[in-house]
Every structure is written in structure tokens, then in C-alpha cells.
Design a protein around this ligand. Structure first.
Ligand SMILES: [Zn+2]
Length: 403
């Protein structure tokens, strides 16, 4: 069965903070520390894809699943808005894959908005929460990161900790015909050359500071909205004038039975039947490639727990991973401001007066919680190290058991 990226728009329930003590920052830190460091639970290796047999403990580490909420502090808006800090952008409607592939006008509109949004995205950087995820990896707590985000912040922040990008990435374009990928920043320069009036408009917006502020409210005041997929809304702009180039590889050697034509100055012409470039993201209504689906499932299956960061699990492709983890008996932790799709069933076994190891649900800011959690793990590891050294001194030299 192909797995598609589909948005979910139903209202979300309010979270039940679990354990109840996790409603304060200190309580949440204690619960999350216990969640991460308790002895790994017995998980059912036979569930999920059926590759495993019987029971085991997994790798003892945690797989992280992150969503748009972790990038809010980097200046990228959340889809849903959280706690009244960021209000939901009601007019935002993402493009669907079938619209993009079928319709030249829809592609012009997409690339025009993407052209304006790219500068801000390209200048945005990972924040403290991404860095903390990398530290948790270095401290031996996290085995891999699965992200729904297309902003490349995870691989930038922690190149040493494996990141799987469930919905692709904006840093490249990909040809729908030959699958060649190209650098998005280079593509931006091509778009500037093909669309000089838009290049002037973009320069004006940048000069006015409408794209440089990281405050979504301020940006809106200046007439611009940046959405999580990196595009921008400009009220009253005519997208029909926008032009985009063809895939250079297909232009040089059109695939068998196709035609790739461009204008004298290099714009893709609708008389073409191939060579269309798309962002290397999985659009809504597009199937997730089988190798990505399998790699992500393997990352879940090898771990002992799952921690969800900044996601309402609104897309089914993400939600089903948490369901998979629970079916294997893996405890789930969720740190998200606001509700999460169908979350009640993920915490059915987690007691409200528990320590955290059976499951944690808290509603706090990630750039506050995660760096503090890193400190907590470091302190505990140092104390354990000191205790082990002291006990060695007391007991004198112990020969290794294999001697
Ligand atoms: Zn091509």
C-alpha cells in the first residue's frame, strides 16, 4: 500500500498531562529524564512489519519524531498555531501533488510564492531545541530522528545523529521525469534571472524588513505570511506572470517519447511533456517513496521508546508511526503545545501518578525543555560516573570477569 501525505483538519482534543506532575517545567524534566533513562521495556519485536521474532528490549535508546513545532523558534510558523502565541493562518491551503503535476498555472503560483519565501527559509537556522536533540544523541539517549519538517534543520544541527526526512526537503528540486536533483539556492538564482520584476519586488520586501523579521505577527503587518513549507502569501499579486526553468538534463536529452521546450531566455514552455522540476518535498497527496517508508519504520522498530517533539500528528504518515510504536509496546512521550490527534490511546497504559517511564505527555516550549533535559541527563551521568569511581576505590581492584 502506498503511503500518502494527507492533511488532517478536524479539531484536536486538549492534552491530559501525564504524569500529572509534568505540568510544571521541573516536574516535566523529572518525568522526561525517567522516560529516557529507565531500563528499556520489553517490546514485541513481532509486531510492526513482522520482521522480528518474540520479545526484546530494542536498542535501549529513543527514536525522535519531530514536527513543525520544533522550528517555530527558528522563525518558521507552525501550521496550527499554539497556545495563542501564533494564530492559525486560516487562508493557507497547501498545494496538492496532482495540481502541481497537472497544471502549469498552479506551478507558476507555487514557484512564485516559494521564490519569495526562500530567502527567509535559507537564512533561518536550527534553534536550541535542534541542538539539544543532537546532544541527547551524543549522550547515548537517542538512536535516530524522524522529522516531518522539510527545513533541513535537523541534519544541519546534528550531522552525526541520523535524520530521516519523512516528507523530503526543500534544499533541492527534483525532476518529475528523470528524478535528477538540483540545488535549490542555485535554482533561486535562475528564477531571479527569469523573473526580473519579481526579483525587484523581492529586493523591496527584503529592504522593507518584511522578510527579515522572525516575528510572524510583524511579518503579517507588512503584508507577508511565511508558511512551514517555505512559501509566502502576497495579497493581490498576479502569479500568472511567473516563469520557471526546465530540467537541464531533460532539456539536453529528453526522455524517450517526450518533448522538452523552453523560451528563448530559458523558461519551461507548456508545449513540453517532460522536464518539470518540483521541490524535493513530499507534497500533500503524494506518496512517500518506499525506501523512505521502510527506513523510517526500521528506525522505529530498532528503538525502545519514541519521543514526539512539536507535532500534532496531523498527517497520517506521522500518526501511524506512533501507533506502530505503541503496538510494539514502546512507551511514547509527547512534548507539544496544544492537542495531538487521537492522543488518548497512546497514554492508555501511562499512569497519571507514574514516574514517566510508561509515557510522558507535556505541553511546554521545546527550546526551554530540551536544553534543560540535556543538563539533567549530563548531571545524572556525571553523578553515576563519580559513584562508580568511588565504589571502585572502596572495593579495590576487581579483575575483569574473563581473566
Ligand atoms: Zn529531468
Amino acid at each position: 500500500m502506498p503511503l500518502m501525505r494527507i492533511p488532517y483538519t478536524a479539531p484536536l482534543p486538549s492534552p491530559t498531562i501525564t504524569p500529572a506532575s509534568a505540568s510544571t517545567l521541573q516536574g516535566a524534566l523529572t518525568a522526561l529524564h525517567d522516560f529516557l533513562t529507565a531500563p528499556p521495556p520489553l517490546v514485541n519485536l513481532a509486531s510492526g512489519n513482522g520482521n522480528g521474532n518474540g520479545n526484546g528490549n530494542g536498542n535501549g535508546k529513543t527514536v525522535i519524531l519531530s514536527g513543525a513545532g520544533i522550528s517555530v523558534a527558528s522563525g518558521l510558523a507552525d501550521y496550527r498555531g499554539s497556545n495563542g502565541t501564533y494564530t492559525l493562518n486560516k487562508t493557507y491551503r497547501p498545494i496538492y501533488f496532482h495540481e502541481f503535476t497537472a497544471n502549469h498555472e498552479a506551478r507558476k503560483r507555487y514557484w512564485a510564492r516559494s521564490y519569495l519565501g526562500w530567502t527567509n527559509l535559507h537564512k533561518s537556522r536550527p534553534n536550541k531545541a535542534h541542538a539539544a536533540v543532537g546532544m541527547l544523541g551524543q549522550l547515548g539517549q537517542v538512536s535516530s530522528v524522524v522529522t516531518q519538517n522539510v527545513d533541513s534543520f535537523h541534519p544541519q544541527a546534528h550531522p552525526g545523529l541520523k535524520t530521516l526526512e519523512l516528507h523530503g526537503y526543500l534544499r533541492s528540486t527534483v525532476c518529475l521525469s528523470c528524478r535528477t536533483e538540483y540545488d535549490r539556492q542555485q535554482f533561486q538564482q535562475d528564477l531571479s534571472v527569469l523573473n526580473p520584476a519579481w526579483a525587484d519586488f523581492l529586493a523591496e520586501m527584503l529592504a522593507a524588513g518584511a522578510l527579515s523579521t522572525e516575528n510572524p505577527a510583524e511579518r503579517r503587518l507588512k503584508g507577508l505570511k511565511t508558511n512551514p513549507d517555505g512559501d509566502v502569501d502576497v495579497p493581490g499579486v498576479e502569479y500568472g506572470t511567473f516563469r520557471y526553468p526546465a530540467c537541464p538534463a531533460c532539456l539536453a536529452h529528453p526522455p524517450d517519447g517526450t518533448r522538452v521546450e523552453q523560451s528563448a531566455d530559458g523558461a519551461w514552455l507548456p508545449s513540453s511533456t517532460a522536464g518539470i522540476l518540483k521541490p524535493a518535498v513530499i507534497m500533500f497527496g503524494e506518496s512517500i517513496p518506499a525506501q523512505v517508508k521502510l527506513a523510517v519504520e526500521a528506525a522505529v522498530d530498532e528503538a525502545s521508546r519514541m519521543l514526539v517533539l512539536g507535532s500534532s500528528l496531523a498527517t497520517y504518515s506521522a500518526w501511524r508511526l506512533v501507533k506502530r510504536a505503541r503496538e510494539r509496546g514502546m512507551p511514547v512521550g509527547i512534548i507539544n503545545l496544544g492537542g495531538v490527534r487521537g492522543e488518548g490511546q497512546f497514554f492508555a497504559d501511562a499512569p497519571l501518578e507514574g514516574l514517566g517511564r510508561e509515557g510522558v505527555r507535556c505541553s511546554l516550549g521545546l527550546e526551554e525543555v530540551l536544553p534543560a533535559l540535556v543538563e539533567r541527563v549530563q548531571q545524572q551521568q556525571q553523578q553515576q560516573g563519580a559513584a562508580a569511581t568511588a565504589s571502585q576505590r572502596r572495593d579495590g581492584f576487581q579483575p575483569a570477569p574473563w581473566r
